[in-house]
Ligand binder design. Sequence first.
Ligand SMILES: Cc1cc2nc3c(=O)[nH]c(=O)nc-3n(C[C@H](O)[C@H](O)[C@H](O)COP(=O)(O)O)c2cc1C
Length: 301
Amino acid sequence: MSDQSVAVGSLVLKNPVLTASGCFGYGLEYDDFYDVALLGGICTKGLSLHPRLGNKPARIAETPGGMLNAIGLANVGVEAFCTEKLPKLRERGVTVVANIFASSVEDFVAIAERLEREDGILAIELNVSCPNVTHGGIEFGKDPRMCAEVTRAVKAATRLPVWVKMSPEAGDIAGVARASEDAGADAITAINTIRGMSIDVEQKKLRLHNRTGGFSGPALRPIALRIVWEIAGAVSIPVIAIGGISTTRDAVEFLLAGATAVQVGTANFVDPCASKRILDGLRAHCEKNGVTAAALVGAAR
Ligand SMILES: Cc1cc2nc3c(=O)[nH]c(=O)nc-3n(C[C@H](O)[C@H](O)[C@H](O)COP(=O)(O)O)c2cc1C
């Protein structure tokens, strides 16, 4: 059997296939379909300091080649995650990456400090695609200095590796990634969704209550691939790719572009077994070609 393990900085993942935040609940929801512990890891739904109900419906709209979501970061909050979800994930041996978000540096730090007290978390992923209320509502991820500030603060608050998740809407994404690396990020994950809209022509009404939503799915993939390529050339820390990955070939494409691992998002809604199917396919691809997963990383560069 070919070796599927990959090193993400100081961490070794048993394979490079993870699930993307917000597209796999807290991992346990997929228990009936397959053993989630087989995956390289799962990224939790974004966790905030306090529970959130999110936006009013409609929160999802399908589009050709993808979907729009305006969930509004509904989640159980970090405390309930630690006491109700994490013990079950630990019991099942699931590799857990905690995705977190906040509207101030202080709250990012408070969430990281709470997670720091728990066993069974592999890394923290910072969702920086949210507004910084103490800096006029500009998204952390759109500004290299703000992204560096939050990365530095979270790094100082935890011993866990910190992954910073890029917003594709940053003007100079490579610059934001470099600033995050300089501030101590252990890996860059890319990309988050891009804002879009949809109108119901018969009703002459916007489909999403929130008006705009984050666009994800297969149509996002070429954009994500271009960004992952750019970031992989700009930083020396590992890059973890996300964006429209639905098949093993899609995952291999990102590894060849320089990603060390991939995250599967929207594809889980189409096929709850998508991440496992991609993982099995990757193993078969490596065996057929007589390579390890790690040997694919950056091979097209
Ligand atoms: C319904 C939904 C909820 C999401 N929630 C989060 C979230 O809480 N935190 C986050 O960082 N990204 C979130 N994302 C973004 C995904 O993790 C991923 O970056 C994006 O969907 C692109 O990947 P995909 O095309 O494979 O879905 C969400 C995406 C969707 C579709």
